[in-house]
Design a protein around this ligand. Structure first.
Ligand SMILES: *Cc1c(COP(=O)(O)O)cnc(C)c1O
Length: 506
């Protein structure tokens, strides 16, 4: 710990994930001749294979690799130090709106590792994996019931992959009907970035429509945007502003009357499970992120699962193969339909993630899933109510599983949302999502995990209030934060645009 820090910074050593002092690169610790092992000389003859010189000379290096030369204990400390700098939901509160880490019961990790699940192979005869197929078949029906859809594919490997899969089915649907002119996908300005990206990759043109003053889809704007070129509207409900589109039934009618379909982004379903269903709202396609809502930790790039549910009109286009219950009562794969968009993932999806979701649904049951949603919504509303006097809340009324605030009220002190987020690091919190959605100035988007205790929520709220006061009384403090992390303000633009990923060792 840097003991020269002013005591008012009040850093929290127990949650701190690293100090400036352990920042030396392992290359900087290197001293010629140091080794991290000690083994006796080999006292048996070297085998012929080992002694043979298999590698052609042109592939051999002429000078030694520039690896660090350190003692074993240095290597151990290096990797242990790096691992402790990881922040996750197992270290602390993680209110990352739109993508919050939901509760991931540890027992489901165990279940996914049962040999009967973990040690099977996709090339095994179908007769020898009946249990796994039954699990997948049941999960397909459970997810269909939960979303109000007629059929579900488990193949897609992520949320964005599910979006693309759904959009490709929508495209096939329009093409089959000879409606090749339906090239546009409408998204609201609060939509998750993957929505327009997936639409583009699926060959559509995106039309962004502005939200109204209540943060909702504006019906007149929507009416003006739809037409004979509309392929679909992509929406998440509640939206990324944490608001439920009250006019969703009317929205669905407008899009359907124009001949378009409705796509539901169900990446974060924590507000609606057991309460309402995309299918009942009028949506034709929905994807879920099992690696957000259903027990798999997300982040770091995978693995995930983004199952896609469809209404009956899209069933012929589902990816193949689909797990089916056959006439003799066993499980197997149905012959793909002529119109299927084909395979979207090797084998049958990320199987281990499916096991976790299955265990999650079975453990909670319908009542439990509803309770998950009720707690998610309650936690978010509690936090919003306690914070609204310190940060501006742009949209009135109760929120769903998340809410947005604005740091624009701090601008008069020369402080921005980014500074608040950086200061939170000093207190051992993962900051909320910031500057998203794009339609709220200085946006701070908070989604508390549904299982957090009141004490944890209060701890975070008190810290946010304290930071708002610091902004007023001592803005410099925020502008230079964080103080307790291994590095402070990074040049994020340069890091993204011109990453330097190797060490310039001498
Ligand atoms: C996370 C998220 C996605 C994308 O999911 P990935 O698995 O990261 O591709 C899409 N929409 C919303 C609203 C999300 O929060």
């Amino acid at each position: 710990m840097n003991t020269s820090l002013d005591s008012k910074l009040n850093p929290t050593p127990e949650t701190n994930t690293g100090t400036k002092e352990d920042c030396a690169l392992i290359f900087e610790l290197s001293q010629p001749g140091r080794v991290a092992y000690s083994l006796p000389e080999c006292d048996v003859p070297v085998s012929e294979e080992e002694a043979a010189d298999w590698l052609p000379a042109e592939f051999k290096r002429t000078d030694a690799a520039a690896l660090p030369e350190v003692y074993e204990v240095d290597v151990i400390r290096h990797y242990t130090g790096l691992s402790r700098r990881n922040f996750g939901v197992d270290n602390g509160f993680y209110p990352l709106g739109s993508c919050t880490m939901k509760y991931n019961p540890k027992i489901n990790e165990d279940v996914a590792r049962y040999a009967g699940f973990a040690k099977i192979h996709p090339y095994q005869p179908v007769s020898s994996v009946q249990g796994a197929l039954e699990m997948m078949h049941t999960l397909q029906s459970d997810l269909a019931a939960l979303t109000g859809m007629d059929a579900v594919t488990l193949q897609p490997a992520a949320g964005a992959h599910g979006e693309w899969t759904g959009l490709m089915m929508i495209r096939s649907y329009h093409e089959e009907r000879g409606e090749h002119q339906r090239t546009k996908v409408i998204v609201p300005d609060s939509s998750h970035g993957t929505n327009p990206a997936s639409a583009t990759v699926a060959g559509f043109e995106t039309v962004t429509i502005p939200s109204n003053a209540k943060g909702m889809v504006d019906l007149d704007t929507l009416r003006a945007a739809v037409g004979s070129d509309t392929a679909a509207l992509m929406l998440t409900n509640p939206s990324t502003l944490g608001l439920f589109e009250e006019q969703i039934v009317e929205i669905a009618r407008i899009v359907h009357e124009a001949g378009g379909l409705l796509y539901y982004d169900g990446a974060n379903s924590n507000a609606i499970m057991g309460i309402t269903r995309p299918g009942d709202m009028g949506f034709d396609v929905v994807h879920l992120n099992l690696h957000k809502t259903m027990s798999t930790p997300h982040g770091g790039g995978g693995p995930g699962a983004g199952p896609v549910g469809v209404k009956s009109i899209l069933v012929p286009y589902l990816p193949a193969p689909m797990v089916e219950k056959l006439e003799d009562g066993s499980y197997g794969f149905a012959d793909p339909s002529q119109a299927s968009i084909g395979r979207v993932k090797a084998y049958y999806g990320n199987f281990g993630i499916l096991v976790r979701a299955y265990a999650y649904i079975r453990t909670y049951g319908p009542e439990g899933l509803r309770r998950v949603s009720e707690c998610a919504v309650l936690n978010a509303n509690y936090m919003m109510a306690r914070l609204k006097d310190y940060y501006e809340v742009p949209f009135a009324g109760p929120c769903k599983h998340e809410f947005v605030m604005s740091g624009s009220g701090l601008k008069k002190y020369g402080v921005r949302t980014l500074d608040v987020a950086k200061r939170l690091l000093d207190f051992g919190y993962h900051p909320p999502t910031i500057y998203f959605p794009l339609n709220v100035e200085e946006c701070i988007m908070i989604e508390p995990t549904e299982t957090e205790s009141k004490e944890t929520l209060d701890g975070f709220i008190d810290t946010m209030i304290r930071i708002a006061k610091e902004a007023e009384e001592d803005p410099e403090l925020l502008l230079n934060a964080p103080y307790t992390t291994p590095v402070t303000r990074l040049d994020e633009t340069n890091a993204a645009r011109k990453p330097v990923l190797n060490c310039a060792c001498s």
